[in-house]
Ligand binder design. Structure first.
Ligand code: AHM
Ligand code: MG
Length: 335
C-alpha cells in the first residue's frame, strides 16, 4: 500500500526541514484545518440542518449575512481562541478585531479570515469556501487594529478550503503550494498535490461579464481581445468560467490555469473594488505567486499594497503570469 502523507506529517516535515516552520504556526494551521472540517460538516447538511438562508443581520460592509457566514465565523473563533498561538483574529464578518480573551495565553500570530466565501452560492449548492491569512504580531506591542495593517508580503502562511464535490485544503507557508483532500472515512487531510503550479499561459478567463458596461478601458480591451478569438489579435479562442465563489474560481486556476478578475468599475468611484484585501486578495495572491502566477490591482503587485483599513477593498487580477502581465500592461499604458 502506498504511503499517504497527512497534513500533520507534512507540517512536521516543514518544521524539521528547510522551512523551519514554527511550532505555534504548525498548531495554528492544524487548528484552522480542523475548523474547516467542522464547517464542511455544516455545509454538507444543507437543508437537513438549520444552516441555509439568511441570519437577519448585516456585516460591516452592509451585506446581508447568511446563517453559514455566522456559523463558520463562530467555528473559527472557538477553535482558535484557546490554543495560545494567536494574539487576535479579524474576519470579514466582524466589524472589529477579536483579541484573544485574557483567560487564555496570547501567542505571536494574527489570523484573518473570510469564514464563508461565495455566500451567494450557499443556498444553491454550488462550491463555497473558507479563506485565511496569517501575519506575525510585532513583539512588545499591544495588539490592536493597526497590528493587522501589514502588506501581504508579510504573510507567513495563507490558504483556503473549498467545499465542493471534494473538500480540499490548499496551503502555502512560503515554500510552494500544496493541496490536501479530506478523506471522510478517516477524517484526515491527505496530501494530493505536493507542488501546485499555474501554467504561464491560458485560454480561460473568469470575470462577471454582467458588469461589462461599467469596466475601465484596459479591462474592456483585454476581454474584447479574448472574445475576438482566433480571428482577433490574440490568435486563439478563449473560454469563460465564472462560479461567483472566489475560492472555487481560484481553485480552478491553481489546477489548470486561467486569469481571474474582479476589477474596479465605474459604479462606485470611491471604492477600489469589491473584494477585500486582507481576507481575500492577499491570501489568494500569496498562493498564486507561490504557484508561479501573478496578482496585481491593475498597476501594482497586490502583496505590496500598504493597507490603511481592516476591511479595505481592492481591484483584483490574478492567475497565469503572462495574462496578468498583459492586463497590467494595458492598465499602465492607459494611465
Ligand atoms: P462574499 O465573501 O460575500 O461571498 O463575496 C465575495 C464573492 C467572491 O467569492 C466572488 O468572486 C464574488 O463575490 C462574486 O461576485 P458577483 O456576485 O458580483 O459575481
Ligand atoms: Mg468572500
Amino acid at each position: 500500500m502506498s504511503h499517504k502523507v497527512s497534513l500533520t506529517q507534512y507540517l512536521i516535515e516543514q518544521q524539521r526541514g528547510q522551512a523551519q516552520l514554527a511550532p505555534q504556526l504548525r498548531l495554528l494551521i492544524e487548528i484552522v484545518a480542523r475548523a474547516c472540517k467542522r464547517i464542511a460538516i455544516s455545509v454538507n447538511k444543507g437543508a437537513l440542518g438549520d444552516v441555509l438562508g439568511t441570519a437577519g443581520s448585516e456585516n460591516v460592509q452592509g451585506e446581508v449575512q447568511k446563517k453559514l457566514d455566522i456559523i463558520a465565523n463562530e467555528v473559527l473563533i472557538e477553535a482558535n481562541e484557546w490554543g495560545g498561538h494567536l494574539a487576535a483574529m479579524a474576519s470579514e464578518e466582524m466589524d472589529e478585531i477579536y483579541v484573544v480573551p485574557n483567560r487564555y495565553p496570547q501567542g505571536e500570530y494574527l489570523l484573518m479570515f473570510d469564514p464563508l466565501d461565495g455566500s451567494s452560492n450557499i443556498d444553491v449548492n454550488v462550491s463555497i469556501g473558507t479563506i485565511f491569512s496569517v501575519l506575525k504580531h510585532a513583539d512588545g506591542h499591544a495588539v490592536d487594529t493597526n497590528s493587522f495593517l501589514q502588506p501581504g508580503t508579510e504573510q507567513v502562511a495563507a490558504g483556503y478550503c473549498v467545499y465542493g464535490p471534494q473538500t480540499t485544503l490548499v496551503l502555502t507557508v512560503g515554500k510552494g503550494v500544496v493541496m490536501f483532500t479530506l478523506d471522510r472515512e478517516q477524517g484526515s487531510w491527505v496530501l494530493t498535490d505536493s507542488d501546485v503550479k499555474i501554467p504561464e499561459d491560458t485560454k480561460e478567463f473568469a470575470i462577471n461579464m454582467s458588469n461589462m458596461r461599467h469596466w475601465a478601458d484596459p479591462v474592456k480591451r483585454y476581454i474584447d481581445e479574448c472574445l475576438a478569438g482566433k480571428e482577433g489579435p490574440r490568435g486563439k479562442d478563449f473560454n469563460m468560467r465564472w462560479i461567483a465563489s472566489m475560492v472555487a474560481d481560484v481553485h480552478r486556476i491553481l489546477t489548470r490555469g486561467g486569469v481571474f478578475m474582479y476589477p474596479w468599475d465605474k459604479r462606485e468611484p470611491g471604492k477600489p473594488g469589491k473584494l477585500r484585501l486582507m481576507y481575500e486578495a492577499n491570501p489568494m495572491s500569496f498562493l498564486v505567486e507561490q504557484a508561479g502566477g501573478a496578482a496585481t490591482n491593475g498597476t501594482q503587485r497586490i502583496m505590496e499594497l500598504q493597507p490603511t483599513q481592516l476591511h479595505e477593498r481592492v481591484s483584483v487580477i490574478l492567475g497565469s503570469k503572462n495574462e496578468v502581465d498583459r492586463v497590467t500592461a494595458y492598465h499602465r499604458e492607459a494611465s
